[in-house]
Design a protein around this ligand. Sequence first.
Ligand SMILES: Cc1ncc(COP(=O)(O)O)c(C=O)c1O
Length: 359
Amino acid sequence: MTERLLFGPGPSLVTSRVMSALARPVLGHLDPVLLGVMDDLRARLARVCHAPPGSRVFAVSGTGTSAMETSVANLMEPGKKALVVVTGYFGLRLADIARRYGAEVRTVECEWGRAIDPAAVESALSAFPADIVAIVHAETSTGVRNPVREVAALAHARGALVIADCVTSLGGQEVDMAGWGLDVVYSGAQKCLGAPSGLAPIAFAPAALARMVACRSFYFDAALLEDYWAARKYHHTICSSLVFAFHEALVAIEEEGLEARWARHANVHRAFATGLADLGLSLLPPEDERLMTLNAVRIPDGVNDVAVRTALRERFSIEIGAGMGPLGGKIWRIGLMGASATEAHVLTLLGALKLTIAD
Ligand SMILES: Cc1ncc(COP(=O)(O)O)c(C=O)c1O
């Protein structure tokens, strides 16, 4: 059995407490005990997202992409106009899925490594009367935090709904669905929320529920999923083990306290950034546009990307991520999320990076 220190863009380390929950007896998908845990799970998720009253919150059986697709599948169809903010790979994926569901898609883009300027969204909206604006809060491919709150205000001023991808932020840094006016928020279990991948939370605010389309997907139909989660009607065979693990992770989050957890991620990020500077390394995004959860570290000239990642894995059993798209070979993506976000891990990582780069 190989154990890794998971410091990539996800999955993150999972505590033994959550891993033990995976080993509980398997239950049927309509077992009253499991359904009781699912009720509590969705209530906890609503609190983690700060979902407004009347929201529909549940977890899709699948990874983050399944929740991404659920958001699109229930709000987009031919005739709908979607403005997608693209600041990296996951914005591109959102635009791709929106096109597959027949929406008329326009993108507003900026250089990879920067956050979108809300003024660019405003001018795109003035030329294209979108029904929906979709934006990635935490762009995992670049380490950038986009100004979703500002973008949501602009979208609402023109009557558009807002979908926010919070896969790399929820549970690790502030996401305030109600306060920021986000109509759909989704995430994945395996990053800051501290569980293995396989369940993907999603929350639809009342304004989004009022504008649902006839969903073309059976598996991702939010009405059918609600029939399962609330009316106990069979839709699919949910994995009880993943429900138990995710539930345990959410209990642990509330025990730690959401704000304390954001502070832990921020402190660990700052400690890591300081240590990187001591090693002569730097982060790609400008300081005020950086994520607290995912660090995009510039690969210094003359250092071999693949050789460093291979040595980290083989010598220290450490996983870090490679750059994607135009940032391939230019950055490492180093995630410090969930149970991976500790000071002890920062020290281990900095030491291993120092030795590996020196070699
Ligand atoms: C911002 C963002 N959105 C969506 C996804 C897709 O999640 P998954 O790989 O769990 O399907 C990821 C995964 O890294 C992500 O970082």
